[in-house]
Design a binder for this molecule. Structure first.
Ligand SMILES: Cc1ncc(COP(=O)(O)O)c(C=O)c1O
Length: 368
């Protein structure tokens, strides 16, 4: 194949990998007549918890409701403050506000784009009453520094919560993300490392938290059939859970493919003027995104488009600069700089060797 031919089609930024196995499971659920509240949801929760090495997995309607439910089950609400990153999908901060708590933003690390422990300590030191939780995002699939963040949480009598929406299959010192904090929250949106269409999951090792979670996502229901708290309907359907069980079986292969693609792009970008993603020592990056930093992002974007390669900016505006957060006056220069510089290129498991070659070629030409 010639280089000109490689430029003919577009390589998309995301492509959910679902197939016949998922279809068969959906048909089986539809045929069973048990579309919600059935065995698929319980089985998916148990299997996902097992994958994360924790005792409980509670499926939810999406990643945002997983975060909201985790906060509620950890009894974080009105009067409480949660410190988090301004450089994430807005759902991370929205969930804190939906739970009734205050959001405190701390700046990020310039290399990993994850919450920086020193910035978290500084932000906490500036508060009158401290914080009640640290909500860390494993951005782009890169594990956040959970040990340092847990130590800060312990010193401040706060809980650590992990937003793992982009990091299924990532590990920190060999252990899966989601297994470090008091709760780990996942999303199964179609662009994620595995999907159920829409869907989410909270994992936890704590029996009491799991109990409160199961109740909260089911209108506050108690095991005896009564209602013990105010809750929501955040329940996953059996159709989604059936898809999730098949996808979970493929997750390690999906992540291995993402990592193989990332290694191909790293080889082109090492030592170039683009700053490729970093994989901190002791971590296993899941490469939900392959995100480069570039002083001329618009130029890189149009160069890639000319080569038939899609790209996307996650995130062009940090959360504290979004209109719903107008009341936040913080200056967060590292996040603001990242929002100007980052660009994500396709790294998903569906890329063909032809796609990978097209991306490598485009990157090589740009950095030549
Ligand atoms: C970091 C992060 N947190 C939370 C969410 C929310 O997940 P969902 O879209 O399933 O509600 C997402 C999804 O885009 C995300 O990327």
């Amino acid at each position: 194949m010639t280089d000109t031919e490689l430029r003919d089609s577009t390589v998309s930024i995301a492509s959910p990998d679902v197939g016949q196995a998922e279809l068969r499971r959906i048909q089986a659920v539809l045929g069973s007549g048990q579309l919600s509240g059935g065995d698929e949801v319980d089985a998916f929760g148990a299997e996902f918890a097992d994958y994360c090495g924790v005792d409980h997995g509670v499926p939810t309607t999406n990643g945002t409701t997983a975060l909201h439910a985790a906060l509620a089950a950890l009894e974080i609400g009105p009067g409480d403050t949660v410190v988090t990153t301004p450089f994430s999908f807005i759902a991370t901060a929205n969930a804190i506000r939906h739970a009734g708590a205050e959001v405190l933003f701390a700046d990020i690390d310039p290399e990993t784009y994850n919450l920086g422990p020193a910035a978290v300590e500084a932000a906490i030191a500036d508060t009158a009453d401290g914080v009640d939780a640290i909500l860390a995002v494993h951005l782009y699939g890169c594990p956040a520094p959970v040990e340092a963040l847990q130590a800060i949480a312990d010193r401040n009598d706060a809980v650590l919560i992990e937003d793992c929406a982009q990091a299924h299959g990532a590990t920190y010192r060999g252990d899966p993300v989601g297994s470090f904090g008091a709760a780990g929250c996942f999303s199964f949106y179609p662009t994620k490392n595995m999907t159920t269409g829409e869907g989410g999951m909270v994992v936890t090792d704590d029996d009491d938290v799991a109990h409160r979670l199961r109740s909260f996502i089911d209108h506050g229901r108690s095991p005896d059939g009564g209602y013990e708290q105010l809750g929501h309907n955040f329940r996953m359907t059996d159709i989604c859970a059936a898809v999730g069980r098949v996808q979970l079986g493929k997750l390690d292969d999906f992540v291995a493919a993402r990592r193989a693609h990332a290694a191909e792009f790293d080889a082109v970008l090492r030592g170039s003027r683009l700053r490729p993603p970093v994989e901190p020592d002791g971590t296993h990056h899941a490469y939900h995104q392959y995100t480069v930093a570039c002083d001329d992002r618009d130029g890189l974007r149009s160069h890639l488009a000319d080569h038939g390669v899609d790209s996307a900016v996650y995130y062009p505006t940090p959360i504290h600069e979004q209109p719903p957060y107008d009341d936040v006056t913080a200056s967060l220069p590292v996040a603001e700089r990242a929002a100007r510089d980052v660009l994500s290129i396709p790294v998903h498991p569906d890329l063909t060797s032809r796609d990978v070659r097209a991306i490598r070629l485009a990157l090589a030409e740009y950095t030549a």
